[in-house]
Design a protein around this ligand. Structure first.
Ligand SMILES: [Zn+2]
Ligand SMILES: [Zn+2]
Length: 231
């Protein structure tokens, strides 16, 4: 094995190295560390073969669960507790259904109602039902046709690349100072970004962020447009 350092038992982020991956590693040139793979177990239970250099550089820290959690955390920061929407005041968080958050609300009339978070922030739901007929039409009239939950749907559904983009991939740019690829996404006035050494990883991260952040909002928007007619 030449100068190979045995990583068995070592921990790298959420990974614990189980054993050397003899099948995948290139034994012909054992001194080239970039050809050495290790069977690792993630804290979440996933097992995968990981490149040794990726482990040592800190580039690979989990099976992907770490990144998914941090994106979810970003989504979950929106706490509506105590906020008022029309006649409704949010008491507390109720539950998650699909990718939507629902909130326990109390109406001025005293009725309690569980309401979808996006329905509150768009102004779609402004009461337990007692004030519905007067207000909904008005709110929709004022709403910009493509503005939804503080998000411009036309912008986030677009696959167009901005003229100042240097990577050829939407939301991925090169940070010259740190010599890293930045995957970034902006939603509801907040920017979530992550730096990567590897371009492909940044692209993958951006795609995952789009899936987790944009798709539910777009789906919600389409749903709300459909239910808009029969008011
Ligand atoms: Zn994991
Ligand atoms: Zn009411």
């Amino acid at each position: 094995m030449g100068k190979m350092i045995d990583l068995t038992g070592c921990k790298f982020g959420r990974w614990t190295v189980k054993e050397f991956d003899t099948k995948r590693s290139n034994k012909e040139s054992p001194n080239k560390s970039h050809t050495l793979y290790w069977i690792c177990e993630c804290e979440c239970g996933n097992i995968s073969s990981v490149l040794g250099t990726g482990l040592k550089s800190g580039h690979s820290q989990s099976c992907g669960c770490l990144q998914r959690e941090s994106i979810r955390w970003f989504i979950d920061r929106k706490d509506l507790t105590g906020q008022q929407f029309g006649k409704l005041t949010v008491l507390n968080f109720a539950y998650v259904k699909g990718r939507q958050k629902y909130w326990n609300c109390i109406c001025e009339c005293g009725n309690q109602k569980v309401v979808k978070g996006s329905s509150l922030t768009t102004g779609e739901t402004v009461s337990c039902g007692c004030k519905n007929s007067e207000n909904r039409k008005e709110v929709y009239k004022k709403m910009e046709p493509y503005l939804y939950d503080g998000t411009n749907i036309a912008l986030i559904s677009s696959k167009k690349i901005r003229s100042n983009n240097t990577s050829g991939v939407r939301g991925v740019s090169f940070d010259n100072t740190n010599k890293k690829w930045i995957a970034a996404i902006r939603l509801r006035g907040k920017t979530y970004s992550k730096a990567y050494k590897n371009f492909d990883d940044a692209v993958k991260c951006r795609q995952e962020m789009e899936e987790l952040l944009f798709e539910p909002v777009i789906a919600e928007f389409n749903e709300s447009r459909m239910s808009k007619e029969p008011i």
